[in-house]
Write a protein that binds this ligand. Sequence first.
Ligand code: SF4
Length: 705
Amino acid sequence: TKLHSATGIQTTCPYCGVGCGVAARPDGVTGDQDHPANQGRLCVKGSALHETLVPAGRLLTPRVAGEDRSWPDALEAVSGAIREAVARHGPGSVAVYLSGQLLTEDYYVANKLAKGFIGTPHVDTNSRLCMSSAVAAHKRAFGEDCVPGCYEDFELADLLVLAGSNAAWAHPVLYQRMKAAGRTGRRVVVIDPRRTATAELADLHLKLKPGTDTILFNGLLVWLARHRAVDHDYVARHCQGYDASLEAALEAAPSVSSVAQQCDLPVGDVESFYRWFAETPRTVTGFSQGINQALAGTDKCNAIINCHLATGRVGLPGAGPFSLTGQPNAMGGREVGGLANTLAAHMDYDSPGARRNVARFWGADAVPESPGLKAVDLFEAVHRGDIKVLWIMGTNPAVSLPRSARVREALARCPTVIVSDCMAETDTTAFADILLPAAGWGEKNGTVTNSERCISRQRSFLPLPGEVRPDWWILSAVGRALGHGQAFDYQTPAEIFREHAALSGLAAREAYGQRKFDIGALGELTEADYDRLAPVQWPLAVDAAGNLSGTRRLYSDGAFSTANGRACLVPVATIAPGQAPTQSHPLVVNTGRIRDQWHTMTRTALAPRLLAHRQEPFIEVHPSDAERLKLREGELGRLTGPDAGVYVGRIRITPDQRPGEVFVPIHWNDRFASQGIATNLMKPVTDPFSGQPEGKHGVARLQPA
Ligand code: SF4
């Protein structure tokens, strides 16, 4: 590929998991016509990227105990704190909390340093809040964390099912592609308790009761079985667990009327959805945080995948289940082992030989024997005092984790909090004992993997300001300061990428046999090849002439990544959300993104035009609730959760909500609205398989503020 187009250097957008290609200059960005994800398109956030490249608020110098310090001093402070914690309390007293904003190379070095050389298993990431339920479901169903399809499938599908996904706002360019592919006969079903912007594309909007998705999809499996729409030949040849899954589905959703009653939907609408699904071979089901962020998030994902396996619709053009990843590099983090329950290169702790292989590859004495703590439990361990050194990189858990007030207490109690960030003042940097200035978008070099398994380069086009350094550089310097010079002697991100790629090849060949995540063919890229690397979807294929190509779809041949090659249908029971409304807290609270902001607004709030869309925190309320509670449009309302968490926002009265339910956005932080932090309302209820918090279902009472 070319590095420079006429309009700028080719890089990728740092916001959502669509992973659009951007042609970037300091004074303007355009969509990269050559990038397969967006083919020149950008959404409003992407097109305002250059407006966020402002010096205001940047962290430019390392700081220790509030004082500007040199890098050698800061590195000594970091390595000294880690050394002391390990010596006095053991390696498990050190924890690292990462981010889907990090590049794969940064993620790789963080994981290697923590698990391989500090010896702590406690490495987790904000991706835990985003798609870990989909990861767990992929592993249960396919034997590996793989998205079988590609974006083109959303265009080819004759039936598009979008479950728990407001793609119009959260994955805008992919939504544009879906919209543009509209044609006579193509149907769209949107499954969401709210009428969102995405529902405007819907031929059928199933405005179901929150938390009843498993019932809806169990009912679909029953319908498929009763209407001879199951592909029994495919199931017999490529699957296991069908009978048990159908039995569980029959118990949970014995009839359409039972489904309709439990999901609070019209019978006719449920029947239409089931009939359309049964009769449409080219069906894609896209699912996102509305499915993942739940006590039963993993089960919800598997209930969806079960229906695709039962019909043999996996990895075919226009057909398959598709997890829409939230962050730009959530997938890359999964690949390197950024989750507490994974090792590296899609290897797990419970796989034979994996620990030994990884330790041998890294030249590490030992890798922890068992998985570490997942995000919510990790911060509880910090609160208890078990974690003595916590290193947070590129994320703002003081706003984004549930029960954020308790997370702040935990940070205040932790003996040493290290924060690497490009911004000086965030809700989380306020708790830092050591602050490390990290490179931001436009300044750093590396790779990301988007929702369709496409590895793309992020390229720098700006100099590093002040004492700012890339995360991989900071991590490597700490590794060397801890005495592991040989393992962390990286000079360029390309060296790290080569090592990561080579490890993935080793994993495929030695630890598992049949694995899809194998980018070993990129293990010997030269620096120039790495600079030129064009977007490519793993797994990679190399032809006889040495030409490299990617793979659009996986499992098209019915051979899965499990030990016996069969996919698993997983029996899914009905599990109610963790918190039910009560007399004192009668409203269900749903949360989500808005169109023009990203996460906790530390970057997108720098662009004035992005603030114009929604200027302040708000609470969307159904007209009947507004009338009963005597709330007027535009006045301030106060939500109070069961743990006394408070959220204050502007009342927006809309029939898009279901009665008894309210919606609040996730973005606002302390700097903009100290009482507009949605996670204050959320209890840390987590999925037992994935550890993902139930961010979409809290309870509260509402009154005028
Ligand atoms: Fe960036 Fe996502 Fe918008 Fe694409 S759709 S420009 S990746 S925010």
